[in-house]
Write a protein of this length. Structure first.
Length: 121
């Protein structure tokens, strides 16, 4: 459990791919109204068919760390590769306890990313 927590805290304190993308083709905001978590996903089509991904947001440690994990894992992938990512991918990163206890927080970024990808296809 401790290694999962260390990994989550690393992504929270040193987020990957965090920042607005001014030339994004798609900007999509997702949120959890019940807890106040917000994630904004930025997507840009690259000439080679891949997508550049970044995010901004605010909220709990889990939602923001998972946004970092999702953005890092999906940047440079095709739309199909991103759509193939599933909750199992996140569970492997954060552990089953976090996925059970903080499911909406952990999956917010992935769900928002997939909706953004669908809109760009």
């Amino acid at each position: 459990m401790q290694e999962f927590l260390d990994y989550i805290l690393d992504h929270y304190h040193r987020p990957r791919r965090r920042g607005e993308m001014e030339d994004a083709d798609v900007v999509l905001k997702g949120g959890n109204p019940g807890c106040g978590d917000v994630v904004v996903i930025y997507l840009k089509r690259n000439p080679d068919g891949t997508l550049s991904v970044s995010f901004t947001g605010e909220g709990c440690t889990v939602s923001q760390a998972c946004a970092s994990m999702v953005a890092e894992a999906s940047d440079g992938k095709t739309a199909e590769e991103i759509l193939d990512l599933d909750y199992k991918f996140l569970e492997e990163k954060v552990g089953p306890d976090i996925m059970r206890g903080r499911f909406k927080c952990a999956t917010l970024a992935l769900d928002t990313l997939k909706a953004a990808v669908e809109s760009i296809r």
